[in-house]
Design a binder for this molecule. Structure first.
Ligand code: SAM
Ligand code: SF4
Length: 432
């Protein structure tokens, strides 16, 4: 058997998708991708560093590779956002690391792995690298195809490492996107998930590509049964995109619209480019245009200088909007970002209590919203299995449903909701 590679991935869906590209490149070069570190000759960590916690998790996992290296010859590489930002300095952090790679130039990985058998090597992209690589993909899911529509991010949110790690936004040619969607549909995928750090800004770097609204309609017209997209930036969201969502029944009624904070002062300091008022107007427009749309969000607590009353303003928006779900995190300073130079002055225990309070309020809201669905029949796309062997899937509006009954991954079926909690709905497959 040839060289066997194990890829472990941390972080967002974009990173998971990039690992599908890395796996595709390696397979094309004749390597075999395996699931378990114990079975691999080459181990690749595709790391995240959006928060300190993501970094700690990756560093903690290096021990497992060190153990394996004691027993046999393993080549070990660390990359992704983590590799791109820290670069060659990682060699000093752990003697186990043989090569470092970044967020781009993944087609060169087979050659890098070969070189790493002889010497410590790195392969990083220049900060202003605007190239856009097309790779084959080894897709992890037979149900949902992730399709990237743009790489990188040209915003400058004060807290965020992404622009440094991934470079400026580069929109993909719409024809390449559509070809990939067509391929996914032909391969039996029922759902397409369009990915970008700021999908609403699609095409602003290449006006000849047209904007996101147009791309969304073209993707929908290729015929996938479901289309999702993430993330939307509130500043770049507009009526045209909402109208595009409403115009096609296969575009899911879900809008992930990261708010980050409900305080205008904090939003200004974060450089988000919208106000609490304009965000609320946007949610209103979304609900008027796309009936029953489920709005979800990201929030950061304890941003530098965030006062108790500014945090209260975030809670007010959360209570007013009634998000279907939220991803909330404590602020964590990231190297080289603008906010990292500011005093991280909200003490850790205060950040923790704000986070707990926020999650508590959201739990009550989500439980209430979900309870209203008991008795309803929803169309669910079955995505996989829970730890206890039951299946789960998602409703069109992104709510998770655990489904009892004889179902298989990829089924798109009617499910009657029988009970609800804050995090999930439980349903029974309707027998037709
Ligand atoms: N591009 C998307 C956007 O603008 O919302 C999301 C990008 S980021 C990978 C995902 C989420 O991580 C952000 O929405 C934010 O809430 C969170 N995040 C980013 N940097 C952070 C930091 N330094 N500390 C805490 N959370 C952070
Ligand atoms: Fe980071 Fe802001 Fe870009 Fe999102 S829009 S990736 S938060 S810089």
């Amino acid at each position: 058997m040839g060289t066997r590679v194990c890829i472990e991935t941390w972080g967002c869906q974009l990173n998971l998708h990039q690992s599908e590209g890395i796996a595709g490149v390696l397979e094309k070069a004749g390597l075999t991708v395996v699931d378990r570190l114990e079975d691999a000759d080459v181990v690749l960590f595709n790391g995240c560093m959006v928060r300190g916690k993501a970094e700690e998790k990756l560093l903690g996992r290096i021990g497992a590779v060190v153990e394996e290296k004691r027993r046999r010859n393993v080549v070990f590489g660390v990359g992704g956002c983590f590799g791109q930002v820290y670069g060659d300095t990682l060699f000093a952090r752990s003697r186990a690391i043989d090569f470092v790679f970044g967020t781009r130039r993944h087609t060169e990985l087979p050659a890098l792995i070969e070189a790493a058998r002889r010497d410590r090597v790195s392969l990083l992209a220049a900060a202003d690298d605007i190239s856009l690589e097309e790779t084959p993909f080894r897709r992890a899911s037979g149900v949902t195809a992730m399709v990237s529509i743009a790489e990188g991010c040209s915003n400058a949110c004060a807290y965020c490492i992404v622009p440094r790690a991934r470079g400026p936004m580069r929109s993909r040619d719409p024809d390449a996107v559509l070809a990939e969607v067509r391929d996914a549909v032909r391969g039996g995928r029922r759902e397409v998930l369009l990915l970008g750090q700021n999908v609403n800004a699609y095409g602003t770097d290449r006006l000849e590509f047209g904007g996101f609204a147009r791309l969304l309609v073209r993707v929908a017209d290729e015929g996938p049964e479901r289309i999702r997209f993430t993330s939307s930036h509130p500043r770049d969201m507009n009526q045209e995109i909402l109208d595009a969502m409403a115009s096609r029944t296969n575009v899911c009624r879900h809008l992930h619209l990261p708010l980050q904070s409900g305080s205008d002062r904090v939003l200004r300091a974060m450089n988000r480019g919208y106000t609490r008022e304009s965000f609320l107007r946007l949610v209103d427009a979304a609900r008027r245009t796309v009936s029953t749309v489920n709005v979800t969000t990201d929030l950061i607590v304890g941003f530098p200088g965030e006062t108790e009353s500014e945090f209260e303003e975030t809670l007010e928006v959360v209570r007013e909007v009634r998000f279907g779900s939220i991803y909330a995190a404590k602020y964590s300073p990231r190297p080289g970002t603008r906010a990292a130079a500011w005093d991280d002055d909200v003490p850790t225990d205060e950040k923790e209590s704000r986070l707990a309070c926020l999650l508590d309020i959201e739990r009550t809201i989500a439980a209430g919203e979900n309870a209203e669905l008991v008795g309803a029949t929803l169309i669910i796309l079955i995505e996989g299995q829970t730890g206890d062997g039951r299946h789960f899937g998602r409703a069109d509006d992104h709510r998770t449903v655990v489904v009892e009954g004889q179902v298989r991954d990829g089924d798109l079926i009617e499910v009657r909701i029988v009970s609800a909690s804050a995090s999930a709905l439980i349903g029974e497959a309707e027998v037709s």
